[in-house]
Design a protein around this ligand. Structure first.
Ligand code: ZN
Ligand code: ZN
Length: 183
């Protein structure tokens, strides 16, 4: 039997299960794939870069893509690790453009402007916006100039809080095109 296509949500290390499970419903409204929570994965040791003291998100993407179970046509890693790519100090997430894997970190999303911890509701909204953004990339969407659109690039938490967890009309059309690509 062929496994029906689904979106896998994969925690890396310790993640609040409510935060992970809470993504499934909202993501289903945007992407035409039911979400399945996958077993948490150990963090691949090669992803840690001692010279930066951070994890290279690109390594996590390859690990996710290589370990996706049958039918898992998109896989979203969720982690509390501080992620980076070489040209940036840190990233909230990264994705293959297009491709199978995306990853989002809550490490920088938990902060409020005063250096404290944000309310759970705010964190949950930020994680969803980042998840929609990174999964949008996996379907071929690039950054959007509409600051409200989930595909706009948030340079700060303020910009992230300002945008929506949904796509503008233009990106919605592009997503429809992206869905015609082989999964
Ligand atoms: Zn992006
Ligand atoms: Zn847009």
């Amino acid at each position: 039997m062929v496994q029906a296509p689904f979106l896998g949500l994969k925690p890396f290390g310790a993640m609040d299960p409510d935060l992970v499970e809470g993504l499934a419903g909202p993501l289903r409204l945007i992407f035409p794939l039911p979400a399945q929570i996958l077993a948490a994965s150990e963090v691949p040791p090669e992803a840690f870069k001692p010279n930066r003291g951070q994890h290279l998100s690109t390594e996590l993407l390859h690990h996710l893509a290589d370990h996706a179970p049958p039918g898992c046509v998109r896989i979203l890693g969720l982690t509390g690790l501080d992620l980076f790519i070489p040209i940036l100090t840190y990233v909230y997430g990264e994705a293959m453009l297009p491709g199978k894997a995306a990853v989002v970190s809550i490490h920088r999303l938990s902060a409020d402007s005063a250096g404290g911890i944000v309310a759970y509701r705010v964190l949950r909204d930020r994680v969803l916006k980042e998840a929609v953004h990174e999964l949008g990339h996996t379907f071929g969407l690039t950054h959007c100039d509409d600051k409200q659109c989930a595909m706009s690039f948030a340079h700060s938490l303020e910009q992230l809080d300002h945008k929506q967890a949904s796509f503008c009309r233009y990106c919605t059309v592009l997503l429809t095109d992206g869905l015609r690509l082989p999964l």
